[in-house]
Design a protein around this ligand. Structure first.
Ligand SMILES: Nc1ncnc2c1ncn2[C@@H]1O[C@H](COP(=O)(O)OP(=O)(O)O)[C@@H](O)[C@H]1O
Ligand SMILES: [Mg+2]
Length: 251
C-alpha cells in the first residue's frame, strides 16, 4: 500500500479517509466559482508547510501575479512565502504556450524540476489544456500521455476540470475514467451567497465516504464540514431534489 497524501483541506482528508494515494491523479471538477483553484492552491501550500514537499502549479491564468493575488485575497497560508522560496513553482499561460506541442512543454518543465523535491502538481485546468487539441482522438492520446508523464515523474496530481454540470446531468467523460479519483465541487445560489458542496465520487484503491458534504470558502480557503449529515447523491427522486436545487441542474 502506498502512503496517503493529505490535501490539507480541513475536513476533506477525513472524507477521503486520510488523503489521496501517493502518485495518483485526481480529477477535481465543478462549475466556475466552486473553489477548484483555491483547493488546488491549498493542496500545494499544505505540502510545503507540513511536509516540505515542493509543488508545481500549471495555470492558464495570464500571469503568476494573477495567481498570487488570488491566493493572497483568500489568504492561503504560506503561499507567498513558498512561491518566493521556490517551493511552489508557477507556470503561467505564457510558459505553457511557449511550444506548440504541449507534451513537449510539459517534458521540458519536468526536466527542469528536481523531482525529488517536488511531488505535488496541480493543472489548472485540464479543460483549458484540452482546448488545444483538435480531435477527440488527439485529446485522448494526450490525456493518457499526460497522466503517464505525471506518474512517471512521481507526482501526486490534481487535474482541475471546468464543467457545466456534473453527472447525471452530463455524460461521464474520459477524464473521469482515466484518473484515479474524482472529486466534484458544486454550489447553489442562495439569497445571501451560495451553498457549497463537495462529493468524492471515486478514489481507486481506498475507502471513501461517498456522501455529499457541505463546504465553505472563506479566509484560508476551502473548509469541508465532514461532521455535518452528509447526504447521498442518488437518494432523492432526482438529484436536484436531494441537493436542494432546481431541476436546471448544477449538481
Ligand atoms: N476572499 C474571499 N472570501 C470569500 N470567498 C472568496 C474569496 N475569494 C474567493 N472567494 C470565493 O471563491 C470563489 C472562487 O474560487 P475559485 O477557486 O477561483 O473557483 P474555480 O476555480 O472553481 O472557478 C469565488 O467565486 C468566491 O465565491
Ligand atoms: Mg479556477
Amino acid at each position: 500500500m502506498t502512503d496517503k497524501v493529505k490535501t490539507g483541506v480541513e475536513g476533506l482528508d477525513t472524507v477521503l479517509n486520510g488523503g489521496i494515494h501517493e502518485n495518483s491523479t485526481v480529477l477535481v471538477s465543478g462549475n466556475p466559482g466552486t473553489g477548484k483553484s483555491i483547493l488546488g492552491m491549498q493542496y500545494l501550500a499544505h505540502g510545503v508547510d507540513e511536509y516540505d514537499e515542493g509543488g508545481v502549479y500549471l495555470t492558464f491564468e495570464e500571469t503568476r501575479d494573477d495567481v498570487n493575488e488570488a491566493a493572497e485575497s483568500i489568504g492561503i497560508e504560506g503561499w507567498n512565502e513558498a512561491v518566493e522560496d521556490g517551493d511552489i513553482i508557477i507556470y503561467d499561460k505564457m510558459d505553457l504556450l511557449e511550444e506548440t506541442e504541449f507534451s513537449q512543454t510539459l517534458t521540458h518543465i519536468l526536466d527542469d524540476i528536481d523531482s525529488d523535491s517536488y511531488s505535488r502538481l496541480v493543472m489548472d485546468s485540464l479543460t483549458m489544456f484540452e482546448m488545444f487539441f483538435e480531435s477527440e482522438q488527439e485529446k485522448r492520446t494526450y490525456l493518457l500521455k499526460l497522466i503517464d508523464i505525471l506518474k512517471h515523474n512521481g507526482f501526486t496530481s490534481l487535474l482541475i476540470q471546468e464543467s457545466e454540470a456534473v453527472f447525471p446531468d452530463r455524460d461521464i467523460g474520459l477524464e473521469e475514467f482515466l484518473t484515479d479519483g474524482n472529486i466534484y465541487l458544486a454550489q447553489t445560489p442562495t439569497k445571501s451567497g451560495a451553498n457549497r458542496y463537495v462529493w468524492v465520487a471515486k478514489m481507486r484503491k481506498q475507502e471513501i465516504d461517498t456522501h455529499v458534504f457541505p463546504m465553505e470558502i472563506d479566509e484560508g480557503g476551502v473548509r469541508v464540514h465532514e461532521n455535518a449529515a452528509g447526504f447521498s447523491y442518488m437518494s432523492g427522486e432526482n438529484v436536484g431534489d436531494s441537493m436542494g436545487v432546481d431541476d436546471r441542474g448544477g449538481l
